[in-house]
Design a protein around this ligand. Structure first.
Ligand code: B12
Ligand code: SF4
Length: 178
């Protein structure tokens, strides 16, 4: 291990529970002093503490949680990283070329979903069916963020995940015109 991290955070969904169990085993082996924090939808699994070896299991919005945990201001505006939606793609054993102008950036305006479909658990950690936590409150804030990123990286596309009834109708127009 080149770095000696004091906290290791893992985000996962329930499907990947056994991968996470093995990740915890490896972290304990290589970073015995580190605190292991688990978040994401996997945190809803009632038996999780008995299946994996972690120190903290966090249900709900993680940016504010981590800020509080590290003694920072939890209400500071979110500085959204804009990762690419696809990289290192391999299909049938063939590695495809990574080209930023052939992919999209990801912007997550919120977590949870206001629609609350019965077959989904999307809002379960964010206050229950139909609840959500916004990272941006206005279309203007979203437009500015997407525009700056598209300009900096010469991206042609931006992909947004809706999360607010107020912003959802504006999203595709914002993404296309930014
Ligand atoms: C995009 C997406 C995908 C994409 C992922 C693309 C990618 N490259 O990551 C694709 C299409 C590949 C996909 C596939 C699948 N998905 Co999916 N997906 C989603 C979706 C729509 C958004 C996930 C996301 O990125 N959200 C944005 C992030 C920022 O939100 P978040 O993870 O909740 O994180 C917040 C908190 O949870 C917390 N947090 C998260 N991690 C951590 C970590 C720490 C340490 C802390 C403290 C906090 C914390 O803080 C974050 C910020 O607030 C969700 C539904 C939803 N709206 O959440 C379903 C969802 C996650 N998917 C789901 C499922 C079931 C699957 C599949 C198994 C479907 C299938 N049958 O094949 C596969 C699994 C693939 C795999 N091998 O892992 C379920 C998971 C259910 C569960 N209870 O675990 C969800 C919730 C949909 C649902 N309700 O049914 N998915
Ligand atoms: S993200 Fe929202 S609208 Fe889409 S399926 Fe899930 S609950 Fe329904």
């Amino acid at each position: 291990m080149e770095n000696s991290y004091d906290v290791v955070g893992i985000r996962a969904i329930v499907t990947n529970i056994f991968k996470v169990r093995e990740m915890c085993v490896q972290i304990r082996k290589h970073l015995p002093e580190a605190t292991i924090v688990i978040g994401g939808h996997i945190a809803n699994h009632a038996d999780l503490p008995g299946i994996i070896d972690a120190d903290l299991i966090v249900k709900g919005e993680g940016v504010r949680w981590f800020r509080k945990y590290r003694g920072q201001d939890e209400n500071f505006p979110v500085q959204h990283p804009l990762p690419y939606s696809g990289f290192g793609t391999r299909i049938l054993g063939i590695t495809l070329l990574d080209s930023h102008d052939q992919t999209a950036a990801i912007l997550i305006p919120s977590v949870g979903c206001p629609v609350g479909c019965n077959f989904r658990s999307t809002s379960a950690m964010f206050g229950g069916k139909g609840n959500f936590v916004n990272f941006y409150d206005t279309g203007d804030e979203l437009f500015k963020t997407i525009h700056e990123r598209k300009k900096a990286d010469k991206l042609k596309h931006a992909s947004c995940q809706p999360g607010s009834r107020k912003l959802a109708p504006q999203l595709s127009s914002i993404c296309n015109h930014a």
